[in-house]
Design a protein around this ligand. Sequence first.
Ligand SMILES: CCCCC/C=C/C(=O)SCCNC(=O)CCNC(=O)[C@H](O)C(C)(C)COP(=O)(O)OP(=O)(O)OC[C@H]1O[C@@H](n2cnc3c(N)ncnc32)[C@H](O)[C@@H]1OP(=O)(O)O
Length: 299
Amino acid sequence: MALVAGRKTFAAGKTLLLRAGVWLGAEAAARGGNGARRFVSQRVLVESDVTAGIATIKFKNPPVNSLSLEFLTEFIICLEKLENDKTYRGLILTSDCPGIFSAGLDLREMCGKNLAHYAEYWRAIQETWLKLYLSNMVLVAAINGASPAGGCLMALSSDYRVLADNPRYRIGLNETLLGIVAPFWFKDVLVNTIGHRAAEHALQLGLLFQPTEALQVGMVDQVVPEDQVQSTALSVMTEWLAIPDHARQLTKSMMRKATADNLIKQREADIQNFVSFVSRDSIQKSLQVYLEKLKQKKH
Ligand SMILES: CCCCC/C=C/C(=O)SCCNC(=O)CCNC(=O)[C@H](O)C(C)(C)COP(=O)(O)OP(=O)(O)OC[C@H]1O[C@@H](n2cnc3c(N)ncnc32)[C@H](O)[C@@H]1OP(=O)(O)O
């Protein structure tokens, strides 16, 4: 059943389908007697409370939960499985890596690879976003670490964001700092969340907000002490799940469909744009310099 779901997801990406198959073969699932279920994959941990109808996905791609192609493949399959299983009405997104929610796109997937790889990678990024943004489940991001760029996008695609109060946990779309440009649909999601002027400011400067600033600008909905992030996410979830599903889902779709359709209608062109942009010599150089800086930071 899960493979069928995977096939549907990756109808346009044969390699991803194959990888998904490998992952599904390695998956282990355990059920407890108390309604708790736990799916284990290498990079994505899914815990669920069947009785409450709530699942929690923990990103587990150390050191920084970068969105590698392998991570995205596992993540998409998990999302699809949960979405298709009517047991689950709510999903909490969080991290299993201390101090990092997600470092965003994996820069190594965008450097020194061939054009077909860039296209495959970008399709997986699009697919992940569409799955998150259009999910019928209530999505709450329990942001327990830094979340630049693609990490921020995942949080912004949730219905509600709870951020741990730690000045090191900065959040934002910092693409310009890398010498690259956030795609139009990242921009659309940010505009929908914080408004046009604040988004323009944040995007041009590549701002990474500390928790109090993020709350002020509306990028997150709540900032709480670090040890209360999960419990707050859970109580927010309970509140949201009190709303009848059909009414909430139709309302969510009414609010989000136009933004998602904007990408859906030009998906192939968006892939081509990404491929030609990222494969430019100047962009490859910028990304390599940025990666090198990250590596040298330690020394
Ligand atoms: C062209 C179209 C644009 C598409 C839109 C792009 C969206 C994106 O998401 S681009 C990625 C943006 N991400 C970032 O700018 C984050 C960069 N990373 C950091 O700022 C930090 O690593 C951190 C705050 C997330 C964590 O800091 P810290 O705990 O101090 O860890 P290190 O910096 O020492 O990193 C450990 C290790 O991980 C490597 N790494 C970090 N980020 C990435 C990444 N995004 N992709 C791949 N690898 C990453 C880093 O280089 C270190 O590697 P080693 O030196 O080999 O241990």
